[in-house]
Design a binder for this molecule. Structure first.
Ligand SMILES: [Ca+2]
Length: 73
C-alpha cells in the first residue's frame, strides 16, 4: 500500500516543515519532496509556493486526505 501523509508540522507562518508518513516516519519537507520525485509517494504531487517545494494530495473529491487537513504533530 502506498505511503500516505498522516500528519504535519508547520512553522510560525503556517508553512509545512515536516510530514508524518503512514509508516510512522517523520520526514522533512525536503525529504518528502525527494521521495515524491522518486515515486515513493504516488498519491501526491509537488507544488511550488514562493519558490519552495511542497507536497499536495493529487486532485480528488475527498477533502479529508488533503495535507492541510492532517493533524499537527
Ligand atoms: Ca483530496
Amino acid at each position: 500500500m502506498a505511503l500516505r501523509i498522516t500528519g504535519r508540522r508547520e512553522d510560525e507562518n503556517g508553512a509545512n516543515t515536516h510530514y508524518r508518513l503512514s509508516d510512522g516516519r517523520i520526514v522533512t519537507r525536503e525529504e518528502a519532496v525527494r521521495m515524491c520525485r522518486d515515486g515513493l509517494l504516488p498519491d501526491y504531487n509537488i507544488i511550488v509556493v514562493n519558490g519552495v517545494e511542497y507536497l499536495r494530495d493529487n486532485p480528488d473529491t475527498r477533502e479529508e486526505d488533503n495535507i492541510d487537513n492532517q493533524p499537527l504533530i
